[in-house]
Every structure is written in C-alpha cells, then in structure tokens.
Design a protein. Structure first.
Length: 298
C-alpha cells in the first residue's frame, strides 16, 4: 500500500511483537507520525510504560512526513479512514486486536475506524481533545504549517458546505453548523455521517462501538482550539443555537444510541477524563503515564 512506506515504518522500528497488546496512534491536524517532540515522544512513553516489546505503530498517511502533514488538511477523511482500515486488517501484529489512541482530529478518525472496521477489533479506544461532534469556530491552528492553516480559514470562510470545500478540506468535513442544521446533515461528508445524523441510520455503527472494552474521552479544560470544547465529550450546541450546550445524555446521539454511547455507558465502559489547566494537546507526561498508559494500555 502506497502510504505505508519506509518512513511510515519509523513508528514501529525497534518494536518486537511481545506479549503486550499492540497500540496504534493517530496524530492531529498539522502534525505528523514521527516528530520527536510530539508523536515520537508519545510512542516512546507508551513503549516505556507497557510490557517490554509492545508493538506501537504511529500512523502516517502519505509517502513521507511532509505528505502526512499536508494530508491532515487536504486528504478526504473517508479516504484516510479506509486506508487505515486496510492497513490494520493486513498487519499480522494486530490480528488479535489492539488499543488505539487518537489525538485531536485523529480521535474522531479512529472512532470511525472502530465503527466501520471492527476486524481486527479495537480493545480500548482513547481520544484526547477529539472533536466528536465536530467544530463550529475557527481554531487556533497547531503545528508548523502556517500556510495550510491560513488556507483552511479561507476555505471555511468561502463556505464549509459547498461541494468544492467539502471535497478537499478535512476540517470542513467535521464542520458542524448548528444554525443551519439541515444543511449540515445533508452536506457533511464525515462527521454528520459518522454520527448517524441522516434519516437512514447505520445500525452497525452502534453495534461495532459496543464491542469496545473501554471508550475513553479526554478533554482539555482550558482548550482554546476546539470550539466548543464540549465536543470532546460528544456534547454540542443545540440545533438553532450557538450558545446553549445540549448535555450528552439528553442528546439524540445518546438517547437513540446512534453510535453505541448509551450501551457503553450502561455497561460501565464509557470513561470521561479531564486534564485540568491544559490547553489543546498540552499533555503532562506524568498525567499521561498514570491515567492513560497505566489504566488503558496494559
């Protein structure tokens, strides 16, 4: 497969197929699989905090890290998700299942993998700062790609739900406009579909998610990038309002169990954690080791 290149294998060099459950990680917007100060560091922490020889793969979409970064803005989400589904199905190290950790937009993308591609199974799915209900606001763009961030803002200003922008811009595909809810449901190529917002529901989404052993949602309390921050806990503005947040357990995605959240919650498999005092993707090392690695990756 083209995107699983030599550089893509950087995420697994030095790993041996040991007794620990394998771990797959997916980075966020403006980042790449293997930057030593971001996903490279996360991979190192996981390898050091789990059983010796645990297989850890940091996903790269593209032939190199530059492609990987560009694709966080300009490669359609559904294509990325399908490529990851194909990869995990073909990697023998993952055949018996794996844990998955998604950072920022990588969180909702891995959740789509869990919903659409249950084999091999994700055991524990952990998302940090994910936009599970999408975003409604222009984020303070992380990473080093200032030009791509500026392009993103220009395209969203042009019209998030135009066919042109939906077809090419990743962030438009999880744009959720509560003031134009019917347009969002009709035009959203990713987040509206993966949240079963349309009139025809995909029942397998809830069935597949309910198979998780744990679904862990982690929110950054002082997040200045994700708008609204409550999206990290599957909460969002009420349709028709850009101020009033609808609590999760009162929202249709939960009450109708559109993606398995209610089933997971009732089974004690849905976890909510908050990193107090932290901005988007500012993850204290010891907190990550104590609350994520020790609890959900062993």
């Amino acid at each position: 497969m083209r995107w699983v290149s030599l550089l893509g294998a950087i995420g697994v060099l030095g790993s041996v197929h040991g007794a620990g459950t394998p771990v797959v990680i997916w980075h966020g917007m403006g980042d790449s699989c293997c930057r030593p100060t971001s996903m490279g560091r996360i991979q190192e922490l996981i390898e050091n905090g789990t059983q010796p020889g645990t297989y850890v793969h940091s996903l790269m979409i593209g032939d190199n890290t530059l492609d990987d970064t560009i694709n966080t803005f300009l490669k359609p989400v559904n294509e990325q998700v399908q490529e990851v589904c194909d990869y995990v199905a073909q990697d023998p190290a993952l055949a018996d299942g794996y844990h998955a950790i998604g950072f920022s937009q990588g969180g909702q993308f891995l959740r789509a993998v869990a919903q659409r591609c249950p084999s091999p199974p994700i055991k524990n799915l952990v998302t940090l700062g994910a936009q599970h209900q999408g975003v409604y606001g222009f984020p303070r763009c992380p990473g080093e790609s200032v030009e791509l961030c500026n392009l993103m803002r220009e395209l969203l200003n042009y019209g998030a739900y135009t066919d042109l922008v939906q077809d090419i811009l990743v962030q438009a595909q999880y744009w959720h406009d509560p003031l134009h809810f019917e347009t969002y449901v009709e035009k959203s190529q990713f987040i509206g579909e993966i949240n079963n917002e349309g009139p025809v529901k995909n029942l397998t989404y809830a069935e597949n998610m309910a198979k998780l052993e744990k679904f862990v949602l982690i929110k950054f309390a002082e997040d200045r990038t994700v708008e609204p921050v409550e999206s990290q806990f599957f909460e969002f503005y009420q349709p028709g309002s850009e101020y009033d947040i609808l609590p999760l357990r009162e929202s249709p995605i939960y009450t109708e169990d559109r993606v398995g959240l209610k089933a997971l919650d009732l089974a004690g498999k849905l976890e909510f954690l908050t990193i107090e005092g932290s901005d988007h993707m500012q993850i204290p090392t010891q907190w990550f080791m104590d609350n994520v690695v020790a609890n959900f990756l062993q």
